[in-house]
Structure formats: C-alpha cells, structure tokens
Design a protein around this ligand. Sequence first.
Ligand code: 8P5
Length: 444
Amino acid sequence: MAELRFPDGFLWGTATASYQVEGAVREDGRGESIWDRFSHTPGKTFEGQTGDVACDHYHRYPEDVEHMARMGMNAYRFSVAWPRIFPEGKGPVNQKGLDFYRRLVDALQGRHIQPCLTLYHWDLPQALQEKGGWDNRDTGRYFAEYAHTLYQALGDRVPLWITLNEPWVAAILGHAFGQHAPGFGDFPLAMRVVHHLLLAHGWAVEAFRHDGPRRAQIGITLNLSPVEPATGKEADGQAADLADRFTNRLFLDPIFRGAYPELPDLMRSALPQATPEEMERISTPVDFLGVNYYTRQVVEADPQGLYGVGMVPARGDLTEMGWEVYPQGLYDLLIRVHREYHPQAVYVTENGAAFADEIQDGEVDDPRRIAYVREHLSRAHAAIGAGVPLKGYFYWSLMDNFEWAFGYSKRFGLLYVVPGSLERVWKRSARWYAQVAQANAVPL
Ligand SMILES: N=[N+]=NCCCCNC(=O)[C@@H]1[C@H]2[C@H](O)[C@@H](O)[C@H](O)[C@@H](CO)[C@@H]12
C-alpha cells in the first residue's frame, strides 16, 4: 500500500494546555489565573463557560496517558499552570502543584512518551496581573524564576521545553482586541506586551543555558500563518506584506535576527525603545522553533481596515472555527521559515481542526478530521523532503477541551469528551492517527 514514511525517531504526539484541560482550579493550593478571572466575567465566554472543571485532567491524567500510550504516541505536549507552582506568581513554591507535574511526567515516562513542556500557555497568575501583568517588566523576571524552578524540578526528565505559546495571541488578542484574558483593548499596551513577552522568553532561555538541564532543548512556539494578497494588485501586495510583518515577523525577526521588522510609524512608535542588550537577550539562540499552523490569511488593501489591511473572509472548505482548510499553507510556511530564519530544528507543536462531531451509539465518525490531518501530514512530509529539519508533529488536541472564548462549543480533539461524565471516546481519527504513529508513516 502506498504510504509516506517519516524519518526514524520522528515524534508523534498530541498537545493540550493547562487551563483548557486540567480543571481543579482551587485544588492543592493553585492560585487564580487571568483566565479564571476572565472566564468568570459575564459576557466574555460562550454561555459563560469556564475552565473550572474542563476535562478534569488534573485527576484523570493516568487514564489520559493510557489513551496516548494505546495510540502509540511517543510524545505529549502539555503546559504547566504557573499559578499551581507560584499561586501569587512569585514567592514560596507550592510543592503540591509541582508534585502534580512530577506525577504526570512519571506517568508519561512509564509509557515511553516524551514530555514536551510549555512554560506559559496564557494562564498568568492573577496576582501578577494586579501588578500590571505583562505591561510590567518585572513579570518577565518572575517568569524566569518560575522557569528556573521547573528546570530544577523536572529538567532531567523533560527533553523539550517551550518558553511561550503564541505570544502574538497573548499580546494582541489579550491586550489589543480584548477577546482573550486579561481583556484589554489598548494597542500601545499590546505592543509593550509584545516586547515584554519577548524579554521574558530571553530571560528564560538565558536561565536555561546558565543552569538548566544539560541534554534538554528549549524553544518557543509561534502561531504562524502564510499571508496571501487577494489579487495581484500592488496595494493588496503591500497589505499582505504589512500583515506578514505584524503577525509572523513581529516575533520571528526579534528571535532569529535580533531586530524588529520595519513597521508603520504608528505601530513602531508603540513598541518600547529596545536597547541593543535587550535585543541580544531576546535573540539568545534557541534549539528549535515550534510552529502552530491552522490556516492561511488572505488580505486586501482596505482603507477601513486596521492599518489599511482588510481580512478577506475565508471561503471553501471551512472548519467550525471558520478557518479555511489549506494544507498547502503548512508546506509554504515551513519552507519559508527554513529558508529565511534557519531554525536548527522545527516541530509542528499544533495543527488540528474543529468539526461538528456527533456521537452515535458510542461512535464518532469524523472523516473530515482524518482528511485534514492526512493532507497536512503529506505537506509536512514534502517539507522534510525539501530539507526542513522537521522533527515532530503534535496534533491539537488530544481531547475536546475549553476552547477559550468559545468555551466547549468547539471540538478539536481526537478523543470526544462526553459532557457531564467527561468520558473519553475515541473518534475514528484517533484510530487513524494511532496507525500513523505506530507505522511512522501516513497511508495514502
Ligand atoms: N485574529 N486572530 N486570529 C488569531 C489566530 C490564532 C488562532 N488560534 C490559535 O492559534 C490557537 C492555538 C492555541 O495554542 C490553543 O490553545 C487553541 O486551543 C488552538 C485552537 O484555537 C489554537
């Protein structure tokens, strides 16, 4: 049978995030996060849904690890909830919080599943938000201390470390558009947050290099999306270039080139004046780049748009999020990042889709998700063939979970989570993905 074989040792995993799956938000000394505060604020999330219980992964993680093992996964990407380790963001360590992640890592190692640990997936301790949050540079220092604590506690058992998940979303959706926690609509604030998140990343990498685990590797995960002009018109091309600078290059350039991309004056002037040593810190070399890919952006010149850029509504094969299914974008993106930024290694740290999954007689037949993953894996395979040092793929997500402002209304999981009982039910895509992982090959 025709198949696409992946390199030996390729990582096959799934990804989750603490606030989206754990629940147990008051258990074992966990402090409040900005997402606890935001989700409990009326009008912020779908039907006021919160992560209070989520998938109850905090208690059910042994079962979830068992599902991963039965799927033949050799890796798992999860995030640590900062407020479990430091309920107030800094100060004395909450040992019970640390113990949960020690138990999780033990369970993963017991099933030969490599942990990939994300230090920050948006659940900032609320106590730090009350001191200015990411608008306060000190938060980046506390982040480095938090990172250092985890390096010491888990370093020799976690091979892959990610400092930040999607800093663009945390900065822009959280501080300019107000759609995510902490819910501000202040563009200059958002641009200060961009810079402070990058400084936090740099301090955490420096701490890792200084006395982190020797054999482990550290990187950052960015949401990257190819930007295409709606037409061949000059104005549309310029709009696409600006959108690319504001979304993709805003983080790629500082991290891999040590300088921000050229930006329109208004945007540029909102960024704090960065000193050479700050840009040096931000571009402390990383061992890998994590790429979260979901879809492409098509833009056009639009005088009414933000900075004259208009997003062209996605058409064609759309997911429940309204995102265009565009597998070619993964290939284009991986090739571009490889050729222009030369990361030592690349992981697809998230790729996946929400579809209108329905459970019938205990079965969930999700052919569109199987097609989505097969098409994106075929482009990932082609990118490897073109020389991209792609070392692994983490499907988003292991299970249906709290999809931020959409609550539980969007199902991305390979495992269907039954409302109420929270029972996990394998979707057909889970069985399909298990075959891929076990064969280290995609059937065509
Ligand atoms: N304007 N605008 N658009 C912003 C585009 C960002 C798209 N959303 C993501 O990348 C998030 C990423 C997140 O890590 C995970 O926690 C989320 O559950 C998934 C699924 O949504 C994806």
